[in-house]
Design a protein around this ligand. Structure first.
Ligand SMILES: *[C@@H]1O[C@H](CO)[C@@H](O)[C@H](O)[C@H]1NC(C)=O
Ligand SMILES: *[C@@H]1O[C@H](CO)[C@@H](O)[C@H](O)[C@H]1NC(C)=O
Ligand SMILES: *[C@@H]1O[C@H](CO)[C@@H](O)[C@H](O)[C@H]1NC(C)=O
Ligand SMILES: *[C@@H]1O[C@H](CO)[C@@H](O)[C@H](O)[C@H]1NC(C)=O
Length: 278
């Protein structure tokens, strides 16, 4: 094992240990489909989830959270003000917050909501290639080379360029999920290779790993790129360990959560697969 992997293993273990020791309070404004697995992912990692979204509660509650997670998966007009208000409160209190722009380009309403949320400076944005490309094209100059990439949504090189562009224009760390997860601050690009294909058959695993990123940035907001990479790797390793016992998607969901709960330093070190891509 090369020294780089050893170092990433140590970083990921350190951050997971901090989450377990500090039990950061993570407010989640997330979609109906994901609420259960997001809360259980955070609990099994050692964090404390709070699933509240009434705008009337935010002034009292949000100033005390350690990170906020916003996910637009089942967006509605009444939820958007809660998302933007909670993000603004976090910005006032220098609390990190993380955005999951689910199906960003599914409708004009959703796209505009994602743009508005991006303007509120999330610490990390995590999406799949289509979501990140759609948002990055919007942020690109109309005639730049980046704005010509719509046709190659599945080409990973395009996703890397889109992620770098979005990171630069938004100021966020940008993570793109795929066979290899890509994380960038606009300059540095890191690949996180852990995980199993069966995760795509379990709903809301993407939502769950974004919530885990929120828990990791909650304990180290000054190194958000390392925190995002580590959370992706930890979740991916838990999926690999869980897959050894799973018979299909339903049992993978259960065993992944168990593996995350029981993950120890030796297993994390021996499975972690993170490489520098630039
Ligand atoms: C990204 O996620 C959205 C929402 O789930 C989905 O419609 C889209 O096909 C996904 N794109 C890729 C490249 O996986
Ligand atoms: C976003 O959606 C619109 C309307 O369906 C479509 O014309 C456009 O190509 C999409 N953009 C991307 C980047 O997928
Ligand atoms: C983009 O390119 C088109 C066609 O070459 C040109 O008409 C338009 O003025 C350009 N727009 C900008 C903002 O440069
Ligand atoms: C790490 O991931 C890469 C890309 O998927 C793969 O080629 C390589 O074999 C993996 N390394 C280990 C040690 O699993």
């Amino acid at each position: 094992m090369d020294s780089n992997q050893t170092q990433w293993g140590s970083t990921a273990w350190h951050l997971l240990s901090l989450v377990r020791a500090q039990t950061p309070l993570i407010q989640c404004i997330t979609n109906f489909v994901s609420m259960d697995i997001v809360a259980n992912t955070l609990l099994s990692a050692g964090a404390s989830p709070a699933m509240l979204h009434a705008v009337e509660e935010l002034r009292d509650f949000t100033p005390g959270v350690h990170a906020l997670y916003v996910n637009v998966g089942t967006l509605s007009p009444s939820w958007l003000p809660a998302m933007t208000t909670a993000a603004q409160i976090c910005n006032t209190h220098r609390t990190p917050w993380v955005l999951d722009p689910v199906a960003a380009n599914a409708s004009a309403f959703r796209f505009e909501a994602c743009r508005e949320l991006l303007r509120l400076k999330p610490t990390v944005v995590r999406g799949n290639a289509s979501e990140i490309i759609a948002l990055s094209l919007d942020s690109a100059e109309p005639n730049s080379s980046a704005s010509k990439g719509v046709d190659s949504v599945h080409e990973s090189t395009t996703a890397v360029e889109a992620a770098k562009l979005l990171a630069r224009t938004s100021g966020a760390i940008v993570a793109v999920s795929g066979a290899t997860d890509i994380v960038t601050d606009g300059n540095r690009v890191v690949g996180a290779h852990n995980g199993v294909a069966m995760m795509q058959k379990v709903t809301a695993t993407g939502c769950s790993v974004t919530a885990l990123i929120a828990a990791f940035v909650a304990v180290d907001k000054t190194h958000a790129l390392d925190a995002a990479v580590s959370a992706l790797a930890v979740f991916g390793v838990a999926a690999e360990l869980g897959m050894k016992m799973a018979k299909g998607p339903a049992s993978l969901r259960m065993h992944l959560i168990d593996a995350l709960y029981g993950l120890d330093e030796a297993a994390l070190h021996s499975h972690v697969n993170i490489t520098s891509l630039s």
